[in-house]
Design a protein around this ligand. Structure first.
Ligand code: ADP
Length: 165
């Protein structure tokens, strides 16, 4: 049997912290689906869903068992649709834990066959979030240590043009 896991998130935009978790998860599961989850009715976010998917695809070309998709709906419904057995989440700090724990329990209630697996962030990325990257970029700081080089120009272009975080 093929063990499929989903790495869900907003990825607005993807950071080196996300990529670290995705790469490590890809060594533990047969197949990883990185899922940009969104709610079409809530018009949130800096980057469009297709931009976020495009960034992820460009950063993940070297990992053959990883694909990227997007979904506007309940994560457990998507998990059932693709036959995933696990949801992989990264934990940076205790502050991440409470919300993630609650979400894991709810998802378990909705779909007991899908387990949530937590992976602890690498020390190098404990402080890193998409919002930090957007904020640094907005104020003209260098984001090269935080996101892969191939997407830096697109992030800078959009955020400096938009002038909002
Ligand atoms: P954020 O906007 O806070 O960066 P996302 O919703 O895009 O968060 O995150 C998707 C998943 O990646 C979540 O499980 C989140 O905890 C995890 N994650 C985000 N940043 C990191 C990081 N620096 N290290 C480990 N996991 C992370």
């Amino acid at each position: 049997m093929c063990d499929i896991a989903i790495c869900p998130g907003s990825f607005d935009p993807v950071t080196n912290g996300h990529l670290d978790i995705i790469k490590r998860a890809s060594e533990k599961f047969d197949k990883i689906i990185v899922l940009v989850s969104y709610n079409a009715k809530k018009n949130g976010g800096t980057f469009t869903v297709s931009e976020r998917v495009d960034f992820l695809k460009r950063c993940l070309t070297d990992i053959p068992n990883v694909t990227v998709d997007s979904y506007d709906g309940l994560l457990v419904d998507y998990a059932r649709k693709v036959g995933a057995s696990a949801i992989v989440k990264g934990l940076r700090a205790v502050s991440d834990f409470e919300e993630e724990f609650q979400m894991a329990l709810i998802n378990r209630q909705l779909a007991p066959e899908v387990d949530t697996v937590f992976m602890v962030s690498s020390l190098d990325y404990m402080y890193l979030s998409s919002s930090t990257v957007r904020e640094i970029c907005y104020f003209g700081g260098n984001i090269e240590n935080f996101v892969p080089a191939e997407i830096v120009p697109d992030i800078v272009k959009k955020i400096s043009k938009k002038k909002q975080i």
